[in-house]
Structure formats: structure tokens, C-alpha cells
Design a protein around this ligand. Structure first.
Ligand code: ATP
Length: 376
């Protein structure tokens, strides 16, 4: 019997294009783990999402919640469908519930441009864009999720919440990430994105940022109001290293980050807590293209790479980190010559063409030597 560590992965394929990008992603994970060795993955498919709600009246069955709790990591594709909603009009979103259930306070949205893709920004410096947006994921305006009130059909309220404890661990996470990136040649800077000039909650957020910055003297602490950040993410996105922000601002800016990368199908993410973590592409279920073979699986592949990286770090398993690097290297090499153009970027490459290209690139990468285009 093999003695290599085995990691249980809870798989939530969900709705729309979710299942279409999950199947090739699991095949990629099987291939890369067999290639690298030194660890194994065991997948458990779990029902959850809008279609499950429509069919059973429950969006996130208890059995799926328990399996997520017991898993080593959670891999989620996409959930929610616009025409299936709760009675208050909100969409089915177990992916948001997971953040609260498991206290996943740090939403990691890397914005790294893949070589070879035609980019929305014409400035050649855009090719060097490589920053990480950290979106607080358990409070902020989303503290009101499921609790907002509409009074007498005349006024509606959702309340934004910032707490000291959560902000401290969020900023510590951001500064530690900047320290790790600095060792790999990044500038070592964290930018706090807020609206401290207008709201007491954000002035408090910035005050705590300043307090925590004093514990990380080798990292620069920087600030930006969120409106200026929206401007500068288009004007000079290459100027940033690590950004940290409130939940709602992060929700909006991460889509802007995805646009810089070429589209929603390119943008991976992770929601990380002290014990659990969920890895999923930034995009939703994209019902407009579901069932047509047009879904770009790249964001899902890169999210799976983030999962391997996190598992490797958490369990001290260097093989997982190696497998993560191989996935990123295979993705980069697939797009590098500019011939593989996803539908969402105006090309003709759908799920199968992109998966085939990534699998072929993975096949020729050496299992053990360094991959030059590794994840950062
Ligand atoms: P949500 O509200 O959950 O963010 P949404 O359906 O409003 O989801 P997304 O699914 O994130 O929005 O995507 C917006 C559009 O981007 C989709 O309508 C689709 O055309 C495109 N898109 C998203 N993901 C992909 C993908 N993986 N491949 C190709 N196109 C995509």
C-alpha cells in the first residue's frame, strides 16, 4: 500500500458552466499528481447550488456541508442561476455561505497577466502586471448578507461591519504575503484600499492597518481611496504588489482585475481561513454560455494550482507546490505563442481546445526541474 499522503478534496461543481470546467480540472489534477508523485488526491463530488435548490428545496444539503468540513480543501466551480432565487429575490449562493461557515476571511485574487494573450490595455507595461488583491470575505457590507431589511416599501438598509479582530488578522495575512512575495523579487508593499475620507468604518479600518504595519517594518504600507484605485488599476496596474480591502470593494475590484487579465475565465481565486480554504474561479455560472463548450477552464485550473500550493504549505509537502508550479507553467506555455485564443477574448478556443493544450504542455514539462513561469 502507498504511504504517500492523501488529501480529500470536496468538489462542488455547481451550476451553469461549473460542471463543464470541473471535469477537465479534475482530470488535470489527476494527471499532475500522477506525474509529480509524493501525494494523492481523493475527490468527493457534492451536490449544492441553484439546480439542487430547484429540485430539492435545499441549496446546500447538510451532507455536503459536513463533507466540506471534513475535507482537506474545497474546490468549487460556480453556483447560482439568475432565474432560480430565494423568496427575497436574492440568488442561491452556497459559495458565500462557505465563507461565513468556515471563517474564510482572506479572499485572494491574484492578477497576473498570462504571456501571449492579447490584453485589454495597450501599454506594454501591462505585460508585467503581477499583484494580489486581498478581499476581506466575512464582513464589510456582506455582513448584511441575508439580513438586509426593506421597511414599508419606502427604505432599505444593509449595514457595513468592520471588526478589530478580523481586520488585524486580515492585515497580518496581507503583510505576510508581501513578505513572501518580496523574497521572490516583488517590491514588498501593501496598499490599503478604503474610503477613509468619508466613512468612520473605513477610517477605523485604516487605523488598524497602520497599527499592524508597525509589526512589518520591512514592508511598505501604502493607501488608496477605492475610487482612485479603480482609476489606477486601469492607468498603472503594474505599480501594485499586494492590495487589501473590504468585502464589497474587493468584490468589484476583483472583476476589474479579471478584466485586466483578459476576462473572467482567466481569473483564479482562493478564500482562505485559519483551518479551511475554498478555491474557485472568480467568475460565476455564466448561464449565457453554458452547454456550448465555450467556457474557458483556465481560471479553474489556476484555482486548482492555488489549492495545491496551499495544501503544500499547510502540510509541508513540497510535491504539492511542485504540482502547482507545473499547472501554472503548463497554462502559461499553452497561451505563450498567441495562437490559443479563448472565446471570451474573441477567439475560437473553447473548453476542450484549452484543456487539450494545457494537458499537452503539462506532458512535456519535466516533472522535477524548476518551471520558469511558476506561480508568484
Ligand atoms: P456572478 O453574479 O456569480 O458573478 P454572472 O453570471 O453575473 O455571475 P459571470 O458568470 O462571472 O457573471 O460572468 C460574466 C460573463 O463573463 C458571463 O456572462 C460570460 O459571458 C463570461 N464568462 C464568465 N466566465 C467565463 C468563462 N469561464 N469562460 C468564458 N466566458 C466566461
Amino acid at each position: 500500500m502507498s504511504s504517500e499522503p492523501q488529501f480529500d478534496i470536496a468538489v462542488l461543481a455547481g451550476d451553469g458552466i461549473g460542471p463543464e470546467i470541473t471535469v477537465p480540472c479534475l482530470a488535470l489534477l489527476d494527471t499532475v499528481s500522477a506525474k509529480v508523485g509524493g501525494f494523492a488526491l481523493r475527490f468527493k463530488d457534492l451536490p449544492a447550488g441553484a439546480a439542487v435548490y430547484r429540485d430539492t428545496g435545499t441549496a446546500f444539503p447538510d451532507s455536503s456541508r459536513t463533507a466540506c468540513r471534513n475535507a482537506d480543501a474545497i474546490l468549487l466551480a460556480a453556483m447560482g442561476l439568475p432565474d432560480i432565487r430565494y423568496s427575497d429575490g436574492t440568488e442561491i449562493s452556497p459559495q458565500i455561505e462557505l465563507r461565513f461557515m468556515f471563517d474564510l476571511y482572506a479572499g485572494i485574487r491574484p492578477v497576473r497577466l498570462i504571456p501571449g494573450l492579447a490584453l485589454p490595455l495597450a501599454d506594454s507595461r501591462a505585460h508585467s502586471v503581477d499583484f494580489v488583491l486581498i478581499r476581506e470575505s466575512t464582513e464589510g457590507l456582506f455582513a448584511s448578507h441575508g439580513k438586509g431589511e426593506v421597511q414599508d416599501d419606502t427604505v432599505a438598509r444593509d449595514t457595513l461591519v468592520i471588526t478589530r479582530d478580523n481586520s488585524e488578522r486580515l492585515f497580518d495575512f496581507a503583510f505576510r504575503l508581501a513578505e513572501r512575495r518580496k523574497k521572490r523579487g516583488h517590491p514588498g508593499r501593501v496598499t490599503c484600499v478604503d474610503k477613509a475620507n468619508v466613512f468612520a468604518s473605513f477610517a477605523f479600518f485604516r487605523k488598524i492597518f497602520d497599527e499592524r504595519a508597525t509589526a512589518f517594518r520591512d514592508i511598505d504600507a501604502d493607501y488608496s481611496y477605492v475610487d482612485a484605485m479603480a482609476l489606477n488599476m486601469v492607468r498603472q496596474p503594474w505599480a501594485y504588489d499586494v492590495l487589501v480591502t473590504e468585502n464589497m470593494f474587493g468584490d468589484i475590484l476583483s472583476d476589474l482585475g479579471a478584466a485586466l487579465m483578459g476576462g473572467m475565465g482567466m481569473a483564479p481565486s482562493a478564500d482562505i481561513g485559519d483551518e479551511h480554504a475554498v478555491f474557485q474561479p472568480c467568475h460565476g455560472s455564466a448561464p449565457d454560455i453554458a452547454g456550448q463548450g465555450k467556457a474557458n477552464p483556465t481560471a479553474m485550473f489556476l484555482s486548482a494550482a492555488m489549492m495545491l500550493d496551499w495544501l503544500g504549505d499547510k502540510h509541508g509537502n513540497k510535491h504539492c507546490g511542485r504540482a502547482a508550479d507545473l499547472i501554472v507553467g503548463a497554462v502559461d506555455n499553452s497561451f505563450r505563442d498567441g495562437n490559443l485564443v479563448p472565446f471570451e477574448l474573441g477567439g475560437t478556443a473553447g473548453t476542450k481546445a484549452i484543456t487539450d493544450a494545457v494537458m499537452t504542455s503539462l506532458d512535456v514539462l519535466p516533472a522535477r526541474q524548476p518551471v520558469t513561469s511558476a506561480a508568484s
